[in-house]
Design a protein around this ligand. Structure first.
Ligand SMILES: Nc1ncnc2c1ncn2[C@@H]1O[C@H](COP(=O)(O)OP(=O)(O)OP(=O)(O)O)[C@@H](O)[C@H]1O
Ligand SMILES: [Mg+2]
Length: 139
């Protein structure tokens, strides 16, 4: 599985648009694509018609469970989109509290890497959208 991260600390420069466009093109080419939204504003979900208030869980819950991650736990938080082969690990507003809630805990910088490793055989490409903030989420 290839992993791409679209990051820039400046806001409104086209990060989320790039994630959705790349994901769309790759899916059209037959790739299985996972998008991961690390932005508490959850614009990527809105972009795809997924309301962050209505998802069963989010990336935040995966961070909370970071010491006991399993493939099943990660997959339980991934939602399908209307497009076949294109899935989303959604964000929620709660992610905005991550720095304060968990930022000091050991191993927080490895949570994304660990969760990606657990679903690496399910997807060809993972694309990560970032918030325009140089915090624990972007790092
Ligand atoms: N290539 C482009 N040409 C014109 N407008 C664009 C282009 N790419 C994105 N936009 C528009 O620019 C605005 C910001 O885009 P987007 O939300 O992708 O930025 P972002 O970097 O993810 O923002 P944020 O940092 O707030 O998450 C949107 O209204 C989007 O439609
Ligand atoms: Mg964005």
């Amino acid at each position: 599985m290839k992993v791409w991260t679209i990051a820039n600390q400046k806001g409104g420069v086209g990060k989320t648009t790039t994630v959705a466009s790349l994901a769309g093109v790759l899916t059209q080419r037959g790739k299985r694509v996972l998008m991961i939204d690390t932005d508490p504003h959850a614009s990527l979900g809105y972009y795809l018609g997924i309301d962050p208030e209505e998802v069963p869980g989010s990336l935040f819950d995966v961070f909370l469970a970071h010491q006991r991650l399993t493939p099943e736990l990660v997959l339980a938080h991934i939602v399908p989109t209307q497009i076949d082969g294109l899935d989303l690990l959604p964000a929620t507003m709660a992610l905005a509290t991550l720095d304060r809630a968990l930022g000091q805990q050991e191993g927080m910088g490895l949570v994304l890497r660990n969760l990606l490793a657990l679903v690496a055989d399910k997807y060809d490409v993972a694309i990560i959208d970032c918030p325009p903030v140089l915090g624990v989420l972007m790092v």
